[in-house]
Design a protein around this ligand. Structure first.
Ligand code: DC
Length: 232
């Protein structure tokens, strides 16, 4: 499917925490031969840096000085897209409950968003990209050819995330995960800068009753339509 830049499109995927956005984004990117970018990982990497370097979240100067020292990269290894912070592999550490508990607060800071959105736009300059996050269809790429808004019942999201943690032998309770999901939904949708919301032209996918393959087939049918449109 890979073609000239003009044949390639941008697929923007937004949605609630633990709704399976990244899984869908990865599947689509693999199928299309596109780049996949998990922007949540970028906000998580900044949060990890802020925690480790005790950045004062109420001090704009402290925040800006810290951002000036942060470099985030993704490297594809054995089919996995791994996040590096200043040259160090942080893929596992950015998924910890400590980072999950602070990331919504950090991602509400405008200086942080400005810093990451600029990098995300650069990643899409040649198109051929599937990007997932909270503001991709509304702010980062408002002209994306396809936009999805992914959600599921909050109990189902918490249950799926709990099983994921359990499989990785992480000691976190279901209640802790459920509470984190509720809190993040609230902070993400209520912040003043780029709140999580469905873009008017986004396709809503509620996957509460769908498995991963069913979700993928549904999304792919829309992507195929958009590819036909853009090649006309
Ligand atoms: O997708 P995720 O759960 O890993 O994202 C972690 C947090 O980062 C999420 O609670 C809100 C924030 N985020 C954001 O504000 N904007 C994005 N484009 C991606 C994530």
């Amino acid at each position: 499917m890979q073609g000239k830049h003009s044949d390639r499109i941008i697929v923007a995927i937004d949605g609630h925490s633990s709704s399976g956005k990244s899984t869908l984004a990865k599947q689509l990117a693999k199928h299309l031969g596109y780049i996949f970018v998990d922007t949540g990982a970028m906000y998580r990497a900044v949060t990890l840096y802020f925690i480790e370097n005790r950045v004062d979240l109420t001090d704009q100067e402290d925040i800006q000085n810290a951002l000036d020292k942060i470099k985030i990269d993704f490297k594809n290894e054995n089919g996995r897209n791994l996040c590096y912070l200043n040259g160090q592999l942080v893929e596992d550490r950015i998924r910890s409950i400590e980072v999950s508990s602070l990331v919504s607060e950090v991602s509400a800071i405008s200086a942080v968003r400005k810093f990451l959105v600029a990098q995300q736009r650069l990643m899409g300059k040649n198109k051929g990209l599937v990007m997932d996050g909270r503001d991709i269809g509304t702010v980062v790429f408002p002209d994306a050819e396809v936009k999805f808004f992914v959600t599921a019942d909050r109990n189902i999201r918490a249950q799926r995330r709990y099983l994921e943690f359990k499989n990785k032998l992480r000691n976190v309770s279901y209640e802790e995960i459920f509470k984190n999901i509720i809190e993040r939904d609230l902070t993400d949708t209520q912040r003043s800068d780029s709140p999580l919301k469905k873009a008017e032209d986004a396709i809503l996918i509620d996957n509460s009753q769908l498995n991963q393959d069913e979700q993928f087939d549904l999304a792919l049918s829309y992507v195929k339509k958009a590819l036909e449109q853009s090649s006309k």
